[in-house]
Design a protein around this ligand. Structure first.
Ligand SMILES: Cc1cc2nc3c(=O)[nH]c(=O)nc-3n(C[C@H](O)[C@H](O)[C@H](O)COP(=O)(O)OP(=O)(O)OC[C@H]3O[C@@H](n4cnc5c(N)ncnc54)[C@H](O)[C@@H]3O)c2cc1C
Length: 276
């Protein structure tokens, strides 16, 4: 199928992009196009205007310092995955990105686009939630920071306003002595996961985030729970859904297995044994 007709703008400055978005209520930002273009082709989205931000190279920056990693809106998954600074400052980002789609899609798709696309089956929204990261949004009204826990409203629905560009995402650095881990089960490596889990262990704090379990990325606190009980404890806070890919019971079993696996691995990175 072909997309419904739309107008196309490729601004040369962020200000121009924000004005274009402010002037058309039914507009969409085009970043890597790896999710938007299929939606257009299937006519699941029919914007009147596409505002292509690929003419704004300043948005491709990736910056890492002692406080964390800031990923610009045009940084491709492949560049973020390859960045030694990102790997050093917050290793959960590359651990999860290695599971995002296939190399060709990672070459074009953006990490920020993946976050604001808000797909509950995607890896990076969960990483942002587990780490307590945020997105910086810009519009003609100014800038604001949206914490991850306020970003994901429903399936493919974020709290970004229709006239806002997400200019960057920020994830905090891994604290000294903390550990992280990521794992997922997919039919083939690179396919969307049947279930995925990301863990952070930092002192007594144990947080695990899940993708493809509920219709938004969901985070559960498991501090103090003995390692062999973490899977069951997580399920008390989750309601796995069944669909054509997996039954709810199978997803529940994947939650049990993956939770224990990622929490053990995060404790191991932190140099701790975890509660018995
Ligand atoms: C075959 C296939 C397999 C895939 N598998 C996976 C997978 O396993 N895991 C996974 O996480 N993803 C997967 N993806 C999606 C891929 O990771 C995309 O790169 C990502 O979802 C969106 O990034 P994008 O830059 O391509 O965004 P686009 O497709 O350009 O945009 C997606 C949405 O986000 C909005 N948007 C994008 N950037 C901004 C911005 N800066 N400000 C405001 N709005 C913005 C757009 O308006 C649109 O609504 C897959 C895609 C394909 C085609």
């Amino acid at each position: 199928m072909k997309p419904a007709p739309f107008a196309y703008r490729r601004p040369g400055s962020l200000e121009e992009a924000l004005e274009a978005l402010a002037g058309e209520a039914n507009a969409k930002v085009l970043a890597g196009g790896q999710s938007l273009v299929p939606l257009l082709s299937m006519r699941l989205a029919a914007p009147a205007l596409l505002v292509d931000i690929n003419g704004l190279p300043d948005l491709a920056a990736i910056a890492a310092d002692a406080t964390g990693v800031r990923i610009g809106a045009l940084a491709r998954h492949a560049d973020v995955l390859a960045s030694p600074d990102v790997r050093r400052v917050q290793p959960l980002v590359p651990l999860a990105l290695a599971h995002v789609a296939h190399a060709t899609i990672r070459n074009r798709g953006t990490t920020v686009g993946s976050i604001v696309h808000a797909d509950a089956a995607a890896e990076m929204p969960v990483v942002l939630r587990v780490l307590g990261g945020s997105v910086e949004a810009a519009s003609v009204r100014g800038r604001r920071t949206i914490p991850a826990e306020e970003l994901f409203l429903g399936p493919l629905e974020s709290s970004l306003a229709h006239d806002e560009v997400a200019v960057s995402a920020h994830v905090p650095a891994l604290p000294v002595g903390a550990g992280v881990a990521f794992d997922e089960i997919a039919r083939r490596h690179g396919d969307y996961a049947l279930v995925g889990a990301a863990a952070l262990v930092d002192g007594d704090t144990v947080r695990v985030g899940y993708l493809s379990v509920n219709d938004v990325p969901t985070v559960v606190d498991l501090g103090g729970v003995p390692l062999e009980d973490v899977g069951e404890a997580a399920l008390a806070h989750l309601e796995p859904v069944g669909d054509i890919h997996a039954t709810a019971a199978y997803r529940a079993q994947l939650v049990r297995v993956l939770t224990e696996r990622v929490v053990r691995a995060a404790y191991a990175m932190a140099g701790q044994e975890g509660p018995a």
